[in-house]
Design a binder for this molecule. Sequence first.
Ligand code: FAD
Length: 293
Amino acid sequence: MVRELFATGGRGVFSFEFFPPKTEAGTAALERTIRELSDLEPSFVSVTYGAGGSTRHKTLELVQWIQREAGLTAMAHLTCVGAKREEIGTVVDRLAEAGIQNVMVLRGDPPAGEARFVQPEGGFGFASDLVTFIRGRHGDRLCLGGAGYPEGHIECRDLDRDIRNLKTKVDAGLDVVVTQLFFDNRFYFDFVARARAVGIRVPIVPGIMPIRNLASVERMTKLCGASMPPALHAELNRCRDDEGAVAALGVAHATAQCVELLRGGAPGIHFYTLNQSPATRVILTALKAARLA
Ligand code: FAD
């Protein structure tokens, strides 16, 4: 179980996040990517849960494939979007029956085309409600992760209020918090300090996304409310038409972030891989060479 990895100390906890592809060809390519990365011995691999519903069954299939075929510990993401309590309960029961012991519990973003999240009829309004529900149904038999936002969640830019909401979610039964991506480590260190100050004791794992493409990272940061240091943005802009240069800069920046985070006490790194292996491989190899992984 993932929570035990943090308890044993020693090597940090390094995890890779993937999203379920929409096509069979995409799934086959992802399986190759996961196999390629498995020799890096990630502590666990997580699979996101699609907001729209079309890829949801794939999350369950993929996490089972990861554990059975790739021999890695898997974590399934799960959201409150568009589902009633009992429907979500059935998904959790199926995960548990399939031997998936780790779940990332999320509220989810509003479905495409909708401006804000609306609590589904008979469903949950906040991730903390879903955490309470799963704990009520499965007790301590599952390890539950949840999301944290170093720069504040986009719907709650009052950092104090956001951290109190996180405390409520942790108190409902989270074992670990994984952060939203960020490009300036000061946000992470401040976030951890604020979390500890309100009594959050669980591990807080930084989520790192190596930049590959400037336009897509600009879109992503706008959607999730993360910011980009002006100097990094300017440098990326300078080479924006040179894919290789952007990716190299992305890897260099992410590696520098990881080194500082691990030296500063982060319990591991959660890599947003975007279903690609090269950047994560280079960064983790560099961290191993520096005896940080
Ligand atoms: P919550 O913790 O419920 O918070 C949502 C908002 O409500 C915040 O503004 C919070 O401050 C506020 N809030 C919380 N509790 C209360 C309360 N009691 N009263 C008032 N306000 C409150 N999305 C997907 O669709 N699929 C995924 O697989 C997925 N994986 C993710 C993995 C990670 C590590 C991260 C960081 C995000 C992921 N997301 C995913 C995105 C996530 O669903 C969105 O960021 C979403 O907008 C918020 O989800 P949450 O679980 O943080 O919500």
